[in-house]
Design a protein around this ligand. Structure first.
Ligand SMILES: Cc1cc2nc3c(=O)[nH]c(=O)nc-3n(C[C@H](O)[C@H](O)[C@H](O)COP(=O)(O)O)c2cc1C
Length: 262
């Protein structure tokens, strides 16, 4: 005769209890670990911004240096249509709290973003944030350096990164990508310091004001050419396109023009 422990009711009860205990453990762990995850995300973002700006070298610096190095940057919102930095009051009026603003989420919020037409969408990103968060070194009247968020489609997905420019709004200080789906050893070589090292000093704009920076097939030369990656022409073209888009008239172009004229 089956003992009471072998009954269907008892088996279901034990399975159910186990499910409840496990779900409490998993959700408890998620809640407890959330602050640590958020802190790590912030650390990673700040490290990427510093890295694009050429201020974080993993061989010299550690995670402990990030907060101090990052303290020189002030996060600000750019109004792309007006081509200028918004004041604190204007940022508040838009309902943006800089300490919690998540640009990657805001790009899906129609208050802060717009859908791009096929003709506009050079970087193949579908939607564009109209109020990106940038990181400024120096004051509003005397910008020494500015780090701009950039994104665009490569071969397998959207690459997310930062482009750092000098206060002249034209000279590149560095570029970095922190999220991408490109193939390691091929397209993902855009994260290789050897490839990134050719960016500092390059000029984004021609004298005419047009975007001159070009990622070329083969060996680049001159003030605005970057050598594309051999065997990864499609990712290289994706980087070229995202630079064209974000530095152009629908991206940071008007803002950088104002910066160059100031
Ligand atoms: C498995 C696989 C992964 C690839 N990943 C990439 C990539 O991440 N980026 C890229 O541009 N090309 C990638 N390619 C190569 C492209 O299909 C294409 O051949 C290449 O971009 C052309 O560059 P090339 O003209 O410099 O050789 C990959 C190819 C294969 C077979």
């Amino acid at each position: 005769m089956a003992s009471s422990n072998d009954s269907i009711k008892q088996t279901l009860l034990i399975a159910l209890s186990l499910c409840v205990v496990c779900s409490i453990l998993v959700s408890g762990a998620a809640v407890i670990l959330k602050p640590a995850q958020d802190a790590n995300k912030l650390l990673d973002r700040n490290k990427n911004i510093l890295s694009a700006a050429g201020l974080f070298d993993p061989e010299v610096h550690s995670d402990a240096d990030v907060a101090q190095l990052f303290a020189q940057f002030t996060p600000r919102i750019v109004d792309l249509e007006q081509g200028r930095l918004l004041s604190e009051a204007e940022t508040d009026q838009l309902g943006i709290d800089l300490s919690t603003y998540d640009p990657r989420r805001a790009v899906n919020d129609p208050r802060y973003s717009r859908a791009l037409s096929a003709a506009q969408d050079v970087a193949n990103i579908k939607r564009q944030l109209l109020y990106p968060m940038v990181y400024v070194v120096g004051s509003e009247d005397d910008v020494e350096q500015i780090v701009l968020p950039i994104n665009g489609y490569g071969l397998w997905g959207i690459l997310y990164g930062f482009l750092a420019l000098e206060g002249d709004g034209n000279t590149v200080d560095g570029i970095g990508f922190y999220e991408l789906k490109e193939t390691p050893g091929l397209g993902a070589e855009v994260t290789n310091p050897r490839w990134r090292n050719q960016w500092p000093g390059k000029k984004i704009y021609a004298a005419s004001g047009d975007v001159a920076l070009d990622v070329v097939r083969g060996s680049g030369s001159g003030p605005s050419q970057i050598s594309g990656l051999a065997g990864a022409t499609l990712t290289s073209r994706g980087v070229e396109n995202l630079i064209q888009f974000w530095m152009g008239e629908n991206g940071f172009g008007p803002f950088l023009q104002n910066l160059r004229n100031s």
